[in-house]
Write a protein that binds this ligand. Structure first.
Ligand SMILES: *Cc1c(COP(=O)(O)O)cnc(C)c1O
Length: 343
């Protein structure tokens, strides 16, 4: 038995997944009397492909990956939930996660009755690998890392992340929702080659498809196979897959370049405001900003019709607002609003 299979919950390892008659048939045309669908064509009367073969092939071409190394979910949030359901026995196992980080790891943990051991990042949001490994015990099944990290914005060095994979006898998840904005690049190729690494990516951010709900997990074919067995058979709709297929033809490199340039512009402009104490360096499409009175500035901006994220109540983020980079004119509107803010 492989090391990874020995980490899988016994009920999952023993699962025989839902199968469809169309899997057994496989041909493109036929008289379909197997799935109780309506025979009247409207473009959506048939169930979508549960294996998502076409979209996986296209994403594989774009990312230089094989389809067998790509899991597609209803947002990365589905992948996060499946990782809990595959590897963590409720009420017994635990996961280790950095803090502050993306809220979904803790929410999915709570839903699955799995404890989270939080490891605080330092005051510059850097990660102490020793502390992370020390927080693991014999029931720790998964380490959740996010790079670039939400909400701090910084990316962790590739070598540090791979070192954690080597030192931990469990699954390491690196959430790369923002990797397209980072000069650190991606660990996708490493995830294929490392038996215990899962990289999460999404079409929601740089690829501009948050409304379609399509997330990816990139990993060994063994882990991808486990996730595919546990997912709902038709977890991506035909409409979402078709639209993604169409939108993926449009390059987004120029948009990403503009967002990164605008991030740099705001990063240099924002510290000149006396009520802004610190702007944290970012590899993502947002900036975390520490201000004198976060609630007050948040409400002021809200009154001006500018909605930012108040992160001042989460650990390590006292006084902090998180600001997504908008269009150049929107960023200008933010600066104009800040010009009129008097503390
Ligand atoms: C936005 C975000 C995601 C994306 O989630 P989807 O469900 O794919 O939209 C994943 N991880 C992090 C850290 C994020 O900030």
């Amino acid at each position: 038995m492989s090391r990874i299979l020995s980490l899988v919950r016994p009920n999952i390892a023993a699962l025989s997944p839902y199968s469809t008659a169309r899997d057994e048939y496989g041909g493109p045309i036929g008289i379909f009397m197997d799935a109780n669908e309506s025979p009247y064509e409207n473009g959506y009367n048939r169930y979508p492909d549960p294996h998502q073969a076409e979209l996986k092939a296209l994403l594989g071409r774009l990312k230089g990956l094989k389809s067998e190394n790509i899991f597609l979910g209803n947002g990365s949030d589905e992948a996060i939930d499946l990782i809990f359901r595959i590897f963590c026995v409720p009420g017994r196992d635990n996961v280790v996660a950095i803090s502050p980080s993306y809220g979904m790891y803790t929410v999915a943990a709570a839903i699955n009755d799995v404890a989270v051991h939080s490891v605080p990042l330092d005051e510059n949001f850097l990660l102490d690998s020793g502390a992370l490994i020390a927080a693991c015990d014999s029931n720790t099944r998964v380490i959740f890392l996010c790079s670039p990290n939400n909400p701090s914005g910084n990316a962790f060095p590739r070598e540090q992340l791979l070192d954690i994979c080597r030192r931990f006898n469990g699954v390491v998840v690196v959430d790369e929702a923002y990797a397209d904005f980072s000069s650190n690049g991606s660990l996708a190729a490493d995830a294929v080659a490392t038996d215990n690494l899962i990289v999460l990516q999404t079409l929601s951010k740089a690829r501009a498809m948050a409304g379609l709900r399509i997330g990816m997990a990139i990993s060994s074919s063994e882990i991808v196979g486990l996730m595919s067995r546990v997912k709902y058979p038709y977890n991506l709709s035909r409409a979402a897959m078709e639209k993604a297929f169409q939108l993926l033809e449009k390059p987004v490199e120029d948009e990403i370049r503009t967002i990164v340039a605008e991030r740099q512009r705001l990063y240099s402009r924002l510290p000149s405001y006396p009520f802004i104490q610190k702007v944290f360096p970012s590899d993502a499409n947002f900036l975390l900003v520490r201000v004198d009175d976060a609630d007050k500035l948040y409400s002021f901006l809200l009154e001006k019709g500018i909605i930012v994220r108040n992160r001042s109540r989460i650990p390590g983020c006292a006084g902090c607002l998180r600001i997504s980079i908008g269009l150049p004119a929107e960023n200008e509107a933010l600066l104009n609003a800040l010009d009129t803010y008097a503390i």
